[in-house]
Design a protein around this ligand. Structure first.
Ligand SMILES: [Zn+2]
Ligand SMILES: [Zn+2]
Length: 275
């Protein structure tokens, strides 16, 4: 099972049907599509607004075609943007989807009156992140606190589709390049946990996202094992996704994560939208 995939409708490299063929090979009964929803500004990886209808039609056609073998599910990965909330909920096709992966890819550069000057990717290049770092007076704690407050605000927006929290700690890939991160890390993870604990346990599913393992040679998925260990007894609903941008990535990193979970007696207690 995988509900986090990107095709040629956004920044993935193959058409949806190729992912379906691969998922059938893997013996899966469902495969979810989670195109990056349109953004209110230019982006290299988000879908264009004009493609929304075509995307939905194509997945629906595939649903009919593959009905006997596998069920393709239409979802989206949507961005929380400071000051704009879950912007793409304004599209009916998105606010009525079966599930939404809610992610933070951007933090704002803010003026003193709180106005957003610019959004910068937190999981982009080192140089890009360094711009945020410099803007916030080289105060990494301030940046992490801004992330945490954005994260909490994102969760406080109610949505009707199933809510999956996308790569909850991806900011770490850049934050960890700064030596001070190591003294901030445990507080950061504890704060993420505290925010989740305040939520209704049935209102979200936390994904374990394997992309960093196979794409960036990291030793941890998103979230890091340290965080997975922290939430071990919290009874959150947990699932695994690979954030595949190519069909061959559909189950990459799964064995590694499953081994860890097994050794630590942590169950993937939510595996399918259709179960
Ligand atoms: Zn993402
Ligand atoms: Zn993604």
């Amino acid at each position: 099972m995988n509900l986090h995939t990107h095709t040629t409708y956004c920044d993935g490299s193959e058409d949806p049907v190729e992912y379906i063929h691969e998922a059938i090979e893997l013996g899966w009964k469902h495969i979810g599509f989670s195109a990056h929803a349109p953004l209110p500004f230019q982006s290299e990886w988000a879908m264009k607004e004009s493609q929304i209808g075509q995307y939905v039609r194509e997945i629906k056609t595939l649903e009919k075609h593959f009905k006997a073998t596998i069920e393709p599910i239409i979802g989206w990965e949507i961005d929380y943007l400071h000051g704009k909330g879950l912007y793409s909920l304004k599209y009916n096709e998105i606010s009525n989807a079966e599930y939404l992966i809610c992610s933070i890819h951007y933090l704002p550069i803010l003026m003193s009156d709180g106005k957003v000057i610019e959004y910068i990717e937190i999981d982009g290049t080192v140089d890009e992140f360094h711009r945020i770092y410099n803007y916030y007076n080289q105060n990494l704690k301030e940046i992490l606190d801004l992330y945490l407050s954005n994260f909490e605000q994102m969760l406080n927006i109610s949505i009707s589709p199933i809510r999956i929290i996308g790569h909850i700690d991806k900011i770490v890939i850049n934050a960890e390049n700064y030596p001070e991160f190591h003294s901030l890390k445990s507080n950061f993870y504890q704060s993420l946990f505290d925010i989740l604990k305040k939520q209704n346990i049935d209102s979200f599913i936390l994904e374990i996202n394997t992309r960093g393992l196979y794409k960036r040679n990291r030793h941890n998925p998103y979230p890091a094992f340290e965080f997975i260990h922290l939430i071990k007894d919290a009874n959150f609903k947990i699932m695994i996704n690979s954030d595949a941008h190519h069909p061959c990535e559909l189950n990459q990193g799964y064995d590694f994560v499953m081994d860890y979970l097994k050794q630590n007696e942590i169950a993937l207690n939510w595996s399918s939208i259709k179960d």
